[in-house]
Ligand binder design. Structure first.
Ligand code: ADP
Length: 268
């Protein structure tokens, strides 16, 4: 959105002189506005599946509920709606945890080779559609100072997106490598329909979606990349999203490796 300039004026009357103090409140206004929008969006996202659930419960309570075929069909839909609410609440909790940890340095020594392998097995084991198209190109990388749970979430979210928005029967390629400057590079490339450039800067905003219908149909919460951004920031890393419409998207994350990026202190 547009960033409105907002000033607060304070006048100090000193008898013979008057001091006019202008304070730039633009930043805090934006933060407050974002918080209000966030609560409104989150409530709306929860209200929709909840209204649907209540509707089905009501229908099942009258005669329709006695037909086993209808019951089965409705219970399946109700299960999907409840799961959608559960995913949303879990993502909201994750996001608030990561935000609460913002100023706390992550301090686990995380071996990304092992973590990626765990996530790979979870993705395949979860019976996710298209899991067979996952390709992993892994090279040994130095450990990073990090938070294992949050880095696992980051991996799930970026690989999950590539699987959700990639085209059927096209591969999703994951790469893990060390760069010459000591940074560890994680990237995920898909061959989906890509993202028009004007949307790219906004993808990490909470609930921002290019195509809400598609996101919802794929079970998306609209919070995945917001979580990724916060995890990357907490780990002092970098996030880059590159996309070509019609060709696909590549998400790249750089994290400081424990060796190389942080040279040992000089010995005197
Ligand atoms: P969602 O739960 O909607 O997937 P995300 O925060 O993970 O939420 O992503 C935000 C939006 O960015 C998605 O709704 C989708 O429009 C777009 N997006 C994310 N990853 C990709 C991708 N690999 N290809 C195309 N679009 C993507």
């Amino acid at each position: 959105g547009t960033r409105e300039q907002r000033w607060e004026m304070r006048v100090h009357d000193l008898g013979t002189r008057r001091i006019v103090h202008l304070i730039d409140r633009t930043g805090s206004y934006t933060a407050e506005r974002m918080r209000v929008d966030f609560v409104a969006n989150a409530s709306h996202e929860l209200r929709t599946p909840l209204a649907s659930l209540l509707g089905y419960i009501e229908t099942l309570q009258d005669e329709a509920g006695e037909d086993p075929a209808i019951r089965g069909r409705f219970l399946k839909i109700m299960n999907d709606e409840a799961r959608r609410m559960q995913r949303l609440i879990e993502d909201l909790i994750s996001l608030s945890r990561i935000e609460a940890d913002k100023y706390r340095k992550p301090e686990q020594t995380v071996d990304l080779n092992t973590l990626v392998e765990e996530v790979r097995l979870e993705l395949i084991g979860g019976g996710r559609p298209r899991a067979a198209d996952l390709e992993f190109d892994l090279s040994a990388v130095p450990p990073v100072l990090g938070d294992r749970v949050q880095l696992s979430q980051l991996l799930h979210n970026i690989i999950g997106n590539a699987m959700k928005y990639g085209r059927d029967a096209t591969p999703v390629r994951f790469q893990l490598a060390q760069r010459d400057d000591g940074m560890v590079q994680l990237s995920v490339a898909d061959e989906g329909e890509g993202i028009p450039p004007e949307h790219i800067p906004r993808l990490t905003e909470r609930f921002y979606r290019v195509d809400s219908g598609r996101s919802r149909a794929m079970g998306g919460t609209g919070l995945g990349l917001a979580i990724v951004k916060h995890v990357v920031e907490r780990h002092r890393g970098r996030l880059d999203i590159a996309s070509i419409v019609g060709k696909g998207t590549t998400v790249t994350i750089l994290l400081p490796g424990l060796t190389g990026a942080q040279p040992p202190e000089a010995v005197s």
